[in-house]
Design a protein around this ligand. Structure first.
Ligand code: BGC
Length: 736
């Protein structure tokens, strides 16, 4: 009897606890109810404590309630090696090697939404396996100048291409219970003076060029976090910027996620509190001391924010809104019990990395060496006894350096390895030039003696070779394709131009493979018969390059940005120093909406290689574009159909591009703008009909007088192109 009574007593005291999971912890409940419930249980201290870091790459949860912390990692091309708790030094773990995926410039060059989805799925699984809740990417700032040290992390010069291509990447990563952090919002279009440069531009350029990709990431991709940029916009730092964060992102686009600072991007407690920031990471208290000199509570959103909230200087609604966003993020990620476990460096991930490389490499030029011969590419091994590979980039670990996107790879195939795999001992190698090591904070100065002797060796070997494959370009050293600085010159570094000229003078049979995330000057472009844009391709890059050069893969990538002949042909540079790089305090985007091909077209300045350009080992013919109607009332979409045929002998993939031009408008409009594209596969002789639906949105510009998008009645022109400069057919319709 006594035992029974004890048992009953135990059940009555324990059962409420055992039987009732609190709403916030119950993942069968609606996420908004969970957020409300958690908030109702939290103290002011707990709510504000969510808003700043507890280590270099993590922020706390609510330990008392069992709400877990958030772990973040760079991004965007793979999961970065572990960083120490309280310094930028690597933690020295031995189980944090991963797959390096191709840089986002290469992904953009595939123009293929499926590649973007595969990328997201794979890198998301790697992030999950490494127990990350937030992967800091994708980078989708617009490519404005080829000098920007971080363009390789971004998706090119066109807002529609960058926006559409980032969406599947985002969606697939987040299916792993890992949030993306879309960066760097916004206008971080150069690295020079990135921490303070104050960007001024028209509302039109802001809305038409620099924001659409972010808008698509948020509205279509449903990104769970956005990272604020370092720079200022109209006088206010982007990480706490009323227009960018409160008005546009949170109000107009309905973003329900978290704004994270770039590391050290917060500068003021009041502004951080009221102008839209949610989580502060990587701060130095006064911009001078290092983090070891103070505690995390000294962050702008630390004790100073708590004090303001206690005094009522920051409203409860702001405090609750920030905390609610962070709780929502935690429930979506670290507290999601149903998320998968993930995996790293699997066969499938390597295959995905290789395929994205295959699809993104761009064949820029492919001519015969003499009038009677065949184009140099693809390289048929049986035709050659000796192939000389020249160039530091043929053997360099290009996953190293570059700043925060640096990766520690488990496996890596260099271009030289990839070529030896296919051509065996026909391959000889000469470094040709030296590029130093990835040192932060200085440009590389290579002793002239070394430069001369490497060049002389390569030129001597080139005389005896049947073919030269030069693998050059930029690298991830400071002042190259690297965070924290811009390139110092548009020309190729390390004496590569002289090397190319000297190699050509002894052997004109040359392929130049340019590895970079930026356009470079190519003064020898008309003399080198074959030129390939090979990006930074990560773990399997050497394979992808060898696949394309050998013809195992028929190249199908197209440029996501224009290659200018010379730097002054670029709009930002043509408009003088205040336009780029600014006067060190502020800058004005004077080229306005005319970025990239919009500039080339409108100013009639041809590019060396145009936006959307990319050749194939086969040829495609385009039929005349046919419109379902020549009158458009804005409601029933017009369908544009065009037949595209593979007229060569190899199977291939073509990227069909549709641009629209507004023939008469009250404001200046670019000659044409990309509105749709599709990548199709075609067997030899095969023809496919490609169709695109034109909607009213495709005709609109941002009208500053009403602060909204508008289409003006009149004639519009459709351009169907194999690139922005290779238009295969046009048609017109009237919008009324
Ligand atoms: C970069 C971000 C990066 C962060 C964390 C910053 O310096 O600008 O892109 O995610 O560091 O490493």
């Amino acid at each position: 009897m006594k035992k029974l009574l004890i048992a009953i007593a135990l059940i009555t005291t324990l059962s409420p606890v055992m039987a009732q999971t609190p709403i916030y912890a119950d993942d069968t409940k609606d996420i908004e109810d969970r957020v409300k419930d958690a908030l109702s249980r939290m103290t002011l201290e707990e709510k504000t404590r969510l808003c700043y870091a507890q280590s270099k790459f993590s922020s706390p949860g609510v330990p008392r309630l069992g709400i877990p912390e958030l772990w973040m990692s760079d991004g965007p091309h793979g999961v970065r090696a572990e960083i120490s708790w309280n310094s930028w030094a690597y933690a020295g773990w031995t189980n944090d090697s991963i797959t390096a995926f191709p840089a986002l410039t290469c992904l953009a060059a595939t123009w293929d939404l499926e590649q973007s989805a595969d990328y997201g799925r794979a890198v998301g699984a790697e992030a999950r396996f490494r127990k990350k809740d937030v992967l800091l990417g994708p980078g989708i700032n617009i490519y404005r100048t080829p000098l920007n040290g971080r363009n390789f992390e971004y998706m090119g010069e066109d807002p529609y291409l960058a926006g559409t291509m980032c969406v599947p990447y985002i969606q697939e990563i987040q299916k792993n219970g890992v949030a993306v952090s879309v960066k760097h919002y916004a206008l971080n279009n150069q690295e020079l003076w990135r921490g303070h440069i104050d960007v001024y531009l028209s509302d039109r350029a802001l809305h038409e060029i620099y924001l659409p990709a972010f808008k698509m990431a948020v509205k279509d991709g449903r990104a769970w976090t956005v990272m604020g940029a370092y720079n200022k916009f109209r006088g206010q730092h982007a990480c706490h910027n009323d227009i960018l964060l409160n008005k546009i992102l949170k109000n107009d686009w309905g973003f329900d996620g978290v704004v994270v600072t770039d590391w050290g991007g917060a500068h003021d407690t009041y502004e951080a509190a009221v102008f839209g920031l949610d989580i502060e990471m990587g701060s130095y208290t006064n911009g001078l001391t290092t983090e070891s000199a103070f505690t995390y509570d000294d962050y702008y959103l630390g004790k100073a924010y708590l004090a303001m909230a206690r005094k009522g200087e920051v409203s409860d609604s702001i405090v609750d809104d920030k905390a609610a966003r962070i709780l929502r993020l935690i429930f979506r990620t670290s507290m999601d019990r149903n998320k998968p476990h993930g995996a790293v460096a699997t066969k499938e991930h390597y295959e995905i990395a290789e395929t994205i490389g295959n699809e993104g490499i761009v064949l820029l030029k492919n001519s015969p060496v003499s009038k009677r011969s065949m184009p140099v590419l693809p390289i048929e091994g049986s035709k050659y006894n000796s192939i000389l590979v020249v160039g530091d980039n043929a053997v360099r670990m290009l996953n190293e350096g570059g700043g925060s996107s640096e990766l520690k790879v488990k496996d890596m195939v260099s271009p030289l390895d990839g070529l030896i795999d296919i051509y065996g001992d026909k391959i000889k190698f000469a470094r040709g030039y030296s590029a130093g090591r990835p040192m932060y904070g200085r440009a590389d100065i290579i002793p002239q003696k070394e430069v001369d002797s490497l060049r002389a060796e390569a030129v001597a070997m080139a005389k005896d070779a049947d073919l030269i494959i030069m693998v050059g370009g930029l690298n991830k050293n400071h002042f190259q394709d690297c965070e924290g600085g811009d390139r110092l010159s548009y020309a190729l570094p390390f004496g590569q131009d002289i090397l190319v000229e000297e190699l050509l003078s002894v052997n004109p049979n040359m392929v130049f493979v340019n590895l970079s995330g930026n356009a470079v000057e190519m003064p020898w472009a008309d003399k080198v018969p074959a030129i390939v844009q090979g990006w930074y391709l990560g773990s399997m890059g050497g394979k992808s390059i060898a696949n394309v050069l050998s013809g195992k893969v028929n190249p199908s990538g197209k440029l996501p940005f224009s290659f200018q002949k010379k730097l002054s042909d670029n709009g930002a540079h043509a408009m003088g120093e205040l336009s780029y790089p600014g006067d060190s305090i502020k800058q004005i985007y004077k080229e306005d909406i005319l970025v990239g091909y919009r500039w080339h077209d409108t100013k009639k300045i041809p590019a060396l290689f145009s936006f959307g350009h990319g050749l194939s080992y086969t040829t495609y013919s385009y039929g005349k574009p046919v419109l379902s109607s020549k009158q458009f009332d804005g409601n029933n979409p017009i369908t544009v159909s065009v037949a595209v045929k593979n007229t060569g002998e190899k199977a291939g993939k073509e990227i069909v591009q549709l641009y629209i031009g507004d023939e008469k408008c009250s404001v200046l409009r670019p000659v044409k703008e990309l509105k749709h594209y599709e990548k199709i596969s075609l067997e030899p002789g095969e023809e496919k009909l490609v169709t695109f639906d034109i909607s009213e949105d495709d005709l609109k510009f941002y009208d500053e007088s009403i602060g909204d998008w508008k289409a003006e009645k009149g004639k519009f022109k459709i351009y169907i192109g194999a690139s922005s400069a290779d238009i295969r057919g046009t048609s017109e319709f009237v919008y009324n």
